[in-house]
Write a protein that binds this ligand. Structure first.
Ligand code: NAD
Length: 488
């Protein structure tokens, strides 16, 4: 559908996220003609910049994307800047005056996207002011786009939610989980619901287990201070990992409308088997990286701004069970960690073995199971692992792979996650944002794990930097008769 004209008011315009993701995404949308001719952006932050400095800043962040100088100049002419103090009404009154002026100049119909690219501690104050100081009171839409983290446990998320709900309805709140903007995460739905081949098998009769891995090679780098208060469980599992789980586990929605998909995701979250303080360690294991085996990488506890006795996990593996008809008995294994050997996010759906093996294979005794692998990043694609007859006279089989990879040119044209999400928010499509109910349910699942782990100090470090994680993560699958499929 057409993108309506809108004013984007960006809080945190001088920040890292804005520079690395938001301006390039806006530029790509602009270049593809997805921004209505009447778009405008007001950037705000503490610094005393003016329009010229701001436009130079925006230009620098997109300059690599084009050689078309005129186009860049035209693009940045839509950007305006106001220095801003988030807790001062005068700032908002100035902002409102400029917003109204741009509304007229560009015929924006009073449509406003308030994008908060700032620390969450400011969300409540900003949302309150936007309403009190009459920035939301226009003819058009007023949507609030907010970044993660959404709280650090259920009570803090509830508090944050109550704050923003004083000024915005749930339908106007767009909570970003940038994994939901990724092409291949969105593809989970299409693979499941557009193929006669998969949906009939998508249950506990044919699937033995599902594995979702998101591994990083980096350590915490200079984010030690932040990471100490978060850890892999809150940074990755509560949001990205459980979102992918819910997309894989949900029932087919009655339509692809945002409300219909969300309600199925919420039902999936509700059927996750809850953990208790006593059962956490049967289902979840944690890890923290130590120094690399050949002394090339620091251990987590040696990193900048990290407590030398830190109890923070840099790795989590877990088993999520769904107590419903479709999935009873099928483990969803998830793992995510820093300082692993490879950067990769992928999903492996392992099908059950066939009832008996008629084939002899000289090298291995058993047939390989069928696997459906969804490569999310950095490769994007799908691989189906099958068994086929080996050429020759004997009845031997060979494993074969059918692969579909988004090719180089496809990837270049694949919109970045943020580009899609901004476009969706402008068009009012909230499918790929997280609804409050999902946030609340995933926090209540994760809070129990966090509490169990807070109460009990872990034997860290328990995996060397550059390896696949602690032994306990392998044992988690071995006890069920499975193993992790290799990272690559
Ligand atoms: P940042 O620290 O680089 O930028 C923060 C911005 O907020 C700056 O523009 C700063 O001027 C402004 N600001 C801070 N205090 C202010 C105040 N009192 N009044 C007015 N303006 C103020 O942060 P960032 O990395 O851009 O991240 C912003 C948000 O996005 C955070 O919530 C973060 O968790 C989230 N996020 C960031 C990334 C990323 O890649 N950087 C990824 C995912 C989520």
């Amino acid at each position: 559908s057409e993108t309506p004209s809108a004013l984007t008011i960006l809080f945190g315009a001088t920040g890292d996220l804005a520079k690395r993701k938001l301006y390039p995404s806006l530029y790509r949308l602009y270049r593809k003609g997805h921004l209505a001719s009447g778009f405008a952006v007001i950037g705000t932050a503490r610094r005393e910049w003016d329009n010229d400095i701001f436009r130079e800043h925006v230009k620098k962040s997109v300059i690599e994307l084009t050689t078309d100088q005129d186009q860049i100049e035209e693009f940045i002419s839509h950007f305006y800047y106001l220095p801003h103090d988030v807790s001062d009404s005068n700032s908002y009154i100035e902002l409102r005056t400029l917003a109204n002026e741009l509304d007229n100049r560009y015929s924006l119909g009073g449509n406003r996207l308030f994008y908060l690219a700032m620390a969450p501690e400011f969300f409540g104050t900003i949302a309150d002011h936007l309403k009190q100081d009459n920035l939301t009171d226009t003819e058009g839409f007023g949507r609030l786009v907010i970044e993660k983290p959404f709280g650090h446990d259920l009570p803090s998320a509830q508090e944050l939610n109550a704050q923003i709900r004083r000024s915005f309805d749930e339908k106007d709140i767009y909570r970003i989980d940038h994994y939901l903007g990724k092409e291949m995460v969105q593809n989970i739905e299409s693979i499941r619901f557009a193929n006669a081949l998969f949906e009939p098998l998508w249950n506990n009769r044919y699937i033995s287990n599902i594995q979702i891995t998101s591994s990083e090679t980096l350590g915490v780098e200079e984010r030690g201070g932040y990471y100490e208060t978060s850890g892999a469980l809150k940074d990755m599992v509560q949001n990205h990992m459980l979102q992918m789980v819910s997309l894989l586990a949900m029932e087919p929605p009655i339509s692809l409308q945002d409300d219909d998909i969300r309600s199925e995701k919420v039902r999936a979250f509700r059927s996750m088997r809850p953990l208790t303080l006593e059962t956490v360690n049967e289902y979840f294991v944690r890890g923290q990286y130590g120094p690399g085996e050949n002394g090339d990488m620091l251990g987590y506890r040696e990193e900048l701004n990290v407590n030398p006795e830190s109890n923070t996990e840099t790795y989590v593996a877990g088993k999520v069970m769904f107590d419903n008809f479709r999935w009873a008995g099928v483990p969803f294994y998830i793992r995510t960690g820093k300082r692993m050997p490879l950067k990769s996010t992928k999903i492996v759906v392992q099908f059950k073995d066939i009832p008996m093996n008629l084939y002899y294979r000289p090298d291995e005794q058993e047939l390989e199971p069928n696997l459906l692998v969804i490569h999310i990043q950095p490769e994007e694609g799908i691989t189906l692992h099958l068994n086929a007859k080996r050429a020759g006279h004997q009845l031997e089989t060979n494993p074969v792979k059918l692969s579909y990879a988004n090719s180089g040119t496809d990837i270049m044209n694949t919109p970045e996650a943020y580009e899609k999400l901004i476009h969706d928010a402008m068009r009012g499509d909230s499918t790929n944002f997280t609804h409050w109910d999902e946030v609340a349910l995933s926090w209540s699942f994760v809070d129990v794990i966090a509490e169990a782990w807070r109460n009990e100090k872990a034997a860290y470090p328990n995996y060397p930097a550059g390896t696949t994680g602690p032994k306990a993560a392998d044992e988690l699958l071995e006890q069920d008769g499975f193993f992790w499929w290799p990272l690559d």
